[in-house]
Write a protein that binds this ligand. Structure first.
Ligand SMILES: [Zn+2]
Length: 314
């Protein structure tokens, strides 16, 4: 029987703390972190949440395999540290997580970038089960990426290989990205770029989008479905950016499967056929066709990446 693991998925504005066993989520807590700046105070919140969950489940910490943290920035699972952050939790590179975890909870610690964790999770218990060559794309506020090649998570010398899939260039002379590059797929078609793009779009002021308080993918896909011209044009543009990114990722990492996650996959019925067709027509894969599928484990796929990460089976 699989041993329990404690798993934390840390995003920019919230976190999930959970106890997981195999493909089962035994218990979890959602924690709002909108106003958090530094990570050290948040670790105290995590430690308390873990103690509470284990107490409720009546599982002693010593029966758990360890604690794994999926981090929303560059992290190196091999040395258990955060390498670089993006405007939040900037104290994270100075934290000795293993020391914290052992001291507070008596749990062995492992860390990885959140997109890599999501890929490990989908492979362990979701859409990529049974595959050794996989690219994961998460479409959210930003665009996350991760690659698994011949069963091994791609990390690279500086721990940034594979997880910058959203920062492959999609447009020459495009928008300046938060990463410093220009025209990244994230800067052209992500949650943060969408309102900026919409307001610059020709005819925006006459679009139903202009009436929305919040311009997000939910509003975009809803209004496009209703036939709003500007929403349709922007949706088409985003689909093209994502499909172009998918071909780039195929040429870079040679996957047999691309798993796409993120809240926008509520509209998978529109997104998947578009990307699959573009990939069929434009990717150079003489061996066959790369399959494009939706993630199965939802927002917190990363929680299920804890076990493979802690067992070193990646
Ligand atoms: Zn970028």
């Amino acid at each position: 029987m699989d041993r329990c693991v404690v798993s934390i998925d840390l995003g920019g504005s919230h976190a999930a703390v959970a106890v997981v066993q195999g493909a089962k989520l035994l218990a979890s807590r959602e924690i709002e972190l909108d106003h958090a700046q530094d990570l050290r105070p948040v670790l105290d919140i995590f430690a308390n949440a873990v103690r509470e969950l284990l107490r409720e489940l009546q599982i002693p910490a010593k029966d758990c395999l360890g604690l794994a943290l999926g981090f929303c920035g560059l992290a190196d699972g091999r040395i258990g540290r955060v390498i670089s952050t993006n405007k939040k939790y900037e104290d994270a590179p100075g934290i000795d997580f293993n020391e914290w975890s052992m001291r507070e909870l008596g749990l062995r610690f492992a860390i990885e970038n959140d997109a890599r964790m999501a890929l490990l999770g989908e492979r362990h218990a979701g859409a990529a089960h049974g595959y050794d060559n996989v690219v994961m794309i998460t479409l959210g506020t930003g665009i996350g990426g991760a690659a698994l090649i011949e069963g091994k998570l791609l990390r690279g010398k500086h721990a940034q290989a594979g997880c910058l899939g959203g920062h492959l260039p999609a447009k020459v002379g495009g928008r300046l990205c938060t990463c410093g590059a220009v025209g990244c797929s994230e800067a052209e078609a992500s949650g943060w770029a969408l309102p900026i793009m919409a307001k610059e779009w020709k005819g925006f002021e006459h679009s139903a989008l202009a009436q929305r308080e919040k311009i997000d993918f939910r509003a975009l896909f809803e209004l496009a479905k209703a036939g709003d011209r500007v929403a349709l044009e922007i949706r088409e543009y985003c689909l093209q950016v994502w499909a172009t990114a998918a071909v780039g990722l195929i040429h870079a990492y040679d996957p047999e499967l691309i798993v796409i996650g993120g809240g926008v996959m509520r509209s998978a019925n529109v997104i998947l056929p578009h990307i699959q067709q573009f990939v069929n027509e434009h990717a150079w894969t003489p061996w066959g066709k790369v399959k494009i599928v939706a993630a199965e484990l939802g927002n917190h796929a990363g929680l299920f990446g804890a076990e493979p990460l802690l067992t070193g089976n990646v």
